[in-house]
Design a protein around this ligand. Structure first.
Ligand SMILES: Cc1ncc(COP(=O)(O)O)c(C=O)c1O
Length: 454
């Protein structure tokens, strides 16, 4: 039994045999279930930045679940807000009515969000949000008399969600191949870091080249057929890639010249994750539509959504018979319990100055990782901003297995959960981490990398 193990399990925790049996009834996404159900990893509780599994072992949640549990686990303020609202009005009439918590959340969010957004819309998850943003872009062009515009541009290696159009916009073959063909009109372009690596360019030259190729692709595809360009400001799945200086601003200039909407997917990067409320603040331009998720509720309710600029929003502001209503419609859209949780999360971020805290803790984490890994040849850099960080890993040579999954496994054995990509490891600790918790996370991550990449 490890020092992190505590056998005083919550009442009702099934025995290991029962858990094995129970886990044969479930599909967990992205997990090989036959192996999983032989020895299932089952969580029973969380406290602060830690979660405990059914064997009694505690782990540091170094990924905030999946960039979501920003306020830590068993947070009384958020859990209390959800419980109180569930007892008052748990569900509304999403196709006919609003409710007070969701109205207050929209109002507060528009007040705190930079960029001058005019309206908000709430969904139950990030894929619904990106999907809605793409539908909104297309319907907007229809409403504005440009009905031929349907194409969507995005980056290779991006991830925008698991549903039809959000997956079609995603640019990784592993997620996509078994579901093709997708609907027509999803065009992918290379982000600057790919050109930099492949062509041996400087970052600035790769930025220029990527933008030149994008403008050429826009012209070759016919701008009159293009509705939107969707991108994560920091591309997580591509290896926590921060774009070069000026890239997103210049991209937006190109799109504006051709009446193409820019959509940011800030599902991961929003709500303080990068040391600003939204990552857009780092990059000098605000998109026409900004999608958020995850940290907006910290996992205490299923909540995501969109912020929409005035010039787009006003097209959807009609009266009966004008046919301007946005043709979305989700059962869990604008949900009151989610609204109450989101409102409490914003209060928490503002009152406890969590965004500034995220910046400071993120800098501390990065500095400690850099110092602890500077002599490991396989580590080629520490990427990211705020509490969204990536350890970039070089392979150990042709034919050797990728390091990311091995580092992730090694970290888990040490009691730290992180995400292993092929050539990187991503960290996204809860924003509420203290300095000593950040140091503990960094030390465990460094030990995990060193054990694998000796
Ligand atoms: C950048 C990005 N966009 C969209 C999504 C989809 O969000 P969800 O899983 O809530 O549907 C994710 C999920 O991880 C994501 O990382």
């Amino acid at each position: 039994m490890s020092e992190n193990t505590d056998m005083n399990l919550p009442e009702g925790t099934p025995t290991p045999d029962e858990l094995r049996e129970l886990s044969r009834n479930l599909l967990v996404d992205m997990v090989p279930m036959a192996s999983f159900s032989d020895d299932p990893f089952v969580l029973v509780e969380g406290k602060g930045i830690r979660v405990r599994d059914a064997s009694g072992r505690w782990y540091i949640d170094g990924l905030s679940g999946v960039f979501t549990s920003s306020y830590g686990h068993a947070n009384e303020r958020l859990a209390g807000a959800a419980a109180a609202q569930a007892k008052t009005l748990a569900f509304g009439m999403p196709l006919y009515a609003a409710n007070v918590p969701i109205l207050k959340l929209a109002d507060r969010l528009l007040e705190v969000a930079p960029g001058g957004y005019a309206v908000a819309k709430f969904t139950a998850g990030g894929s619904e949000a990106t999907e809605s943003a793409l539908k909104m872009a297309r319907q907007w062009h229809h409403l504005e008399g440009r009905g031929r515009r349907f194409k969507v541009f995005s980056h290779y290696r991006s991830y925008h969600g698991a549903t039809g159009h959000s997956l079609a916009a995603s640019g990784g073959v592993a997620w996509r191949s078994e579901f093709e063909p997708f609907a027509a009109g999803f065009i992918h372009v290379n982000p600057p870091f790919v050109l930099q690596r492949r062509l041996g360019l400087s970052e600035a030259a790769a930025c220029d080249a990527a933008l030149e190729l994008i403008e050429e692709a826009v012209e070759l595809e016919d701008p009159d057929t293009i509705a939107a360009f969707i991108t994560e400001p920091i591309m997580l799945s591509a290896g926590v890639r921060v774009p070069p200086e000026g890239y997103l601003r210049r991209l937006h200039d190109i799109l504006r010249r051709h009446d193409i909407l820019l959509v940011y997917d800030e599902i991961i990067t929003g709500f303080g994750r990068t040391g600003r409320l939204f990552a857009a603040e780092h990059f000098g331009t605000y998109p026409d539509i900004l999608c958020f998720g995850k940290g907006v509720s910290g996992g205490y309710a299923a909540l995501a959504g969109l912020l929409v600029q005035e010039h787009v929003a006003r097209s959807f502001w009609g009266r009966e018979g004008e046919n301007r209503e946005f043709r979305d419609g989700h059962t869990y859209g604008n949900n009151p319990v989610a609204g109450a949780v989101g409102l409490k999360a914003i209060e928490y971020l503002v009152d406890d100055r969590l965004v500034e805290h995220s910046h400071r803790m993120g800098e501390r984490l990065a500095a400690r990782l850099r110092a602890g890994l500077s002599d490991v040849p396989a580590v080629t850099g520490i990427r990211g901003l705020g509490m969204l960080r990536g350890i970039a890993l070089d392979g150990l040579g042709a034919g050797s297995p990728p390091l990311g999954p091995a580092v992730s496994k090694s970290a888990r054995e040490r009691g730290l959960v992180v995400r292993g990509g092929l050539d990187f490891v991503a960290l996204g600790p809860p924003l509420v981490c203290t300095e000593s918790e950040i140091d503990e996370i960094a030390d465990l991550a460094i030990a995990a990398v060193r054990a694998v990449a000796r």
